[in-house]
Design a protein around this ligand. Structure first.
Ligand SMILES: [Zn+2]
Length: 141
């Protein structure tokens, strides 16, 4: 699977990492899965032509290949990758800087498939951005 790094828009393609030559946003076609507009996220230049990573409004991803004259060659699968870390891997000190005891308990319970209080997890999720800003880590549960 081809992968797109979320922040840098670097593309991992056939084992190679390609940095974007442009991150212009343009309408570049229609999503093959839902027919809504596909918007470009980043453009890459390769020896054989061009590639464009795209996303539709419903978050379907596609990697479009073109030759050097911008003739369409085909769409490939694309997946976005994020630096995600699960709650259990984070130190208690970091968690406690942002989340309450109850939120931490229920995030862990949610992750482990144990009963949890939904509201605590919702409240915790609302703080993920804050946590990311503080520690540069995206939480995944
Ligand atoms: Zn779509």
């Amino acid at each position: 699977m081809n992968q797109l790094e979320e922040k840098s828009f670097a593309l991992l393609f056939e084992g190679k990492r390609l940095d974007p030559v442009s991150i212009d946003r343009n309408m570049v076609g229609f999503c093959s899965k839902c027919d809504s507009d596909l918007e470009s996220l980043a453009y890459y230049c390769t020896e054989s032509g061009w590639m464009v990573s795209t996303r539709c409004k419903k978050d379907h991803m596609a990697l479009i290949r073109y030759d050097k004259q911008w003739n369409w060659l085909g769409d490939l699968d694309l997946q976005i990758t994020q630096e995600k870390i699960s709650v259990g891997d984070l130190s208690r000190e970091k968690l406690e800087a942002v989340f309450t005891q109850a939120e931490i308990r229920d995030m862990l319970a949610c992750q482990q498939g144990l009963p949890y209080i939904r509201q605590n997890v919702y409240r915790a999720r609302a703080k993920y951005d804050k946590f990311e800003k503080l520690f540069g880590v995206k939480i995944d549960i």
